[in-house]
Design a protein around this ligand. Structure first.
Ligand SMILES: [Zn+2]
Ligand SMILES: [Zn+2]
Ligand SMILES: [Zn+2]
Ligand SMILES: [Zn+2]
Ligand SMILES: [Zn+2]
Length: 319
């Protein structure tokens, strides 16, 4: 085999102008195109691990890949749309993507999809009554009434729906939540794992499209009585003192939580000022590396400022 094709043009010898004899005969016909062969079996194994954007990209590569992706129903039973694809997802696109499961959609996770409407998601629910997990956090166009209609649709005639993630849906009242709870708990044959406390740190560690320890992610805050994510505290002092423990269960607006450990923030304690806009408890504040100039730490979310010997925060650097 010649290595000539692997040489760059700079290394290639200059073309020689050889004199060719004049030939009037027509050029030979091109060789016949090879018959498309079956894709390698390994392709199907790979496809099973691809997220939705990669599956869509694969679909466009060639007819072989398109047929392999479109023909494998199992690839489309768990649909998860996350940023940056979320902003472009319309009702029509959602219907098209979910129709590939041929009515056997198992889970649908739409994370922050602002263009998906109640009607769009209801249409998908009517065509896929076996959905067991529905995650629509931050889908701002959806309404609480719309979610209730979808959940009723999914639970009226079967008992598959077990997980619901709806935080960020506006105007969700206590009444809406009670209807959702009654629909979902009807479906739960066994008690859910309540041993893992639902803390802010635990919630932050979950991928946005995964189900958590609770059948429904939101609850009623004991302090403000609004619906939302209600966190338990990770502070040992709060957990050991029974009274404080119940007091220290609330939504993020009622009790601020440390970005790293999920413990409650006591604003009377000195020294929690951070270089980012996130809150840190005193213990985490003391533990984290600080800016060489202003002595403020970044929380763990800003990984590039950790692990080095020292750093200068962006505010000190750019003013
Ligand atoms: Zn609250
Ligand atoms: Zn902390
Ligand atoms: Zn606490
Ligand atoms: Zn600084
Ligand atoms: Zn931060």
């Amino acid at each position: 085999m010649s290595i000539q094709p692997f040489l760059s043009t700079a290394e290639m010898p200059p073309p020689t102008l050889a004199r060719r004899p004049i030939d009037d005969s027509p050029p030979p016909p091109p060789p016949p195109r090879p018959e498309p062969s079956e894709p390698h079996g390994a392709l199907h194994l790979v496809l099973a691990y691809l997220p939705l954007p990669d599956l869509i990209a694969f679909h466009r590569v060639c007819t072989q890949f398109r047929d392999a992706v479109a023909g494998d129903l199992l690839l489309w039973r768990d649909v998860s749309v996350e940023p940056p694809l979320s902003g472009r997802l319309t009702d029509e696109a959602l219907l098209e993507i979910t129709s590939r499961a041929d009515g056997r959609l198992r889970s649908l996770a739409l994370v922050g999809c602002p263009r998906v409407s109640d009607a769009g998601i209801l249409r998908v629910a009517r065509l896929n009554r076996g959905i067991s997990k529905l995650c629509v956090p931050g889908c701002t166009y959806l309404t609480a009434n719309g979610i209730v209609r979808v959940v009723k649709e999914l639970t009226e005639r079967n008992n598959n729906l077990k997980h619901l993630k709806v935080h960020g849906i506006s105007n969700m009242t206590k009444g809406h939540l009670e209807v959702l709870k009654s629909c979902i708990t009807r479906n739960l044959t066994q008690g859910h794992d309540q041993s893992t406390p639902f803390t802010y740190a635990y919630w932050r560690s979950l991928p946005s499209n995964s189900d958590g320890v609770r059948p429904i992610d939101i609850d009623i805050c004991p302090k403000c009585r609004n619906t939302g994510l209600v966190f338990e505290c990770t502070r040992e002092s709060c957990q050991s003192m029974q009274g404080r423990w119940t007091e220290c269960k609330a939504c993020y607006f009622c009790i601020a939580r440390c970005e790293d450990c999920g413990g409650c923030i006591d604003f009377d304690e000195p020294g929690e000022e951070t270089a980012c806009s996130h809150f840190l408890c005193l213990d985490c504040w003391l533990r984290l590396p600080k800016c060489n100039l202003c002595n403020r730490p970044y929380c763990e979310r800003h990984e590039r400022f950790h692990g080095s010997n020292g750093f200068i925060c962006e505010q000190c650097l750019f003013g």
